[in-house]
Design a protein around this ligand. Structure first.
Ligand code: 13P
Length: 288
């Protein structure tokens, strides 16, 4: 059964570890992440961007697939199905489809509008027992081929949004989605410290988990991060393993073209990445 992310993140914050949000793209991704979470007794959050939701055939298809796998694979660890960077409309669509958690990303809106829409969604999700992630200070990334430096959120704006009663708060601290540019300045721990001081027990979310050096991830967790999002790193691992398989000509041997064989190394690559991240975040064994 899917659960809200609220309780698992409050436990993580109190226990000084983080739960991984791993974004899913298809069946292989979902199965790999769920199997690893069960094997390692770790709570887990499956992230679905609006684009990935569309790719997988719509939100109800995603809910059906995830619920089916949880039942058929006997997954007993806590699993939240979470909309990643959702618009206001997408939040309502996912709530209706059966997601257990949504992120409303109003960071690009004027602050008052972000505040008003987040307030409304806090009420709706609380009534339904779902978790809600809000965002303040947008997270950088590639736009038109240019990779921007990550923005830093205003700690007082973070406090205002946290006080609304959201379940978790994403705040820019110099982090970026996708690969980091060579001249990246690193995470701003000064900003994180100031946000943590203003938001107290609120579980903080670190987006752009791909490529952040392990020591910086650990330090961020010590300073209040309780959820780390990883997407690109699983994609890179999947692509590298499938490339190796094809370059070795294995798809041309016997029935090597069968998708169950062709995609197996990629799936193993995702699993290895998820295990590595769960070890780093400290979530292994926390669902026992
Ligand atoms: P990466 O793709 O950089 O790992 O970021 C994932 C993310 O933050 C999803 O919201």
């Amino acid at each position: 059964m899917l659960v809200s992310a609220k309780e698992m993140l409050q436990k993580a914050k109190a226990g000084h570890y983080a739960v991984g949000q791993f974004n899913i793209n298809n069946l292989e991704w979902t199965k790999a992440i769920l199997e690893v979470a069960q094997e390692k007794k770790s709570p887990v959050i499956l992230g679905v961007s609006e684009g990935a939701g569309k790719y997988m055939g719509g939100y109800t298809t995603v809910v059906g697939m995830v619920n089916g796998l949880i039942n058929e694979l006997n997954i007993t660890v806590p699993v939240a199905l979470h909309l990643d960077h959702g618009s206001y409309d997408a939040c309502y669509k996912c709530i209706k489809a059966g997601f257990s958690s949504v992120m409303f990303d109003g960071s690009h809106l004027p602050f008052d509008e972000n505040l008003a829409k987040t307030t409304e969604l806090v009420n709706v999700t609380n009534q339904l027992g779902l978790s809600l992630e809000a965002e303040v200070g947008s997270i950088g990334g590639e736009e038109d081929g240019v990779i921007g430096q990550g923005e830093c959120a205003d700690p007082m704006e973070c406090k205002t949004i946290a006080d609304l009663g959201v379940s978790m708060l994403a705040a820019g601290i110099g982090n970026i989605h996708g690969k980091y540019p060579e001249n990246w300045a690193g995470l701003s721990f000064e900003t994180l410290d100031a946000i943590q001081a203003q938001t107290g027990d609120m579980p903080l979310v670190l987006h752009g988990g791909t490529g952040i050096p392990a020591d910086q991830v650990k330090k961020a967790i010590n300073l209040g991060v309780a959820k780390v999002n990883v997407n690109t790193e699983c994609q890179l691992a999947f692509a590298a393993e499938v490339r190796k398989y094809i370059e070795a000509g294995k798809d041309l041997e016997g029935k090597g073209y069968d998708p169950r064989k062709l995609l197996a190394p990629g799936t193993a690559g995702i699993k290895a990445t998820v295990i590595e991240k769960m070890e780093l975040f400290g979530s292994i064994g926390k669902a026992e």
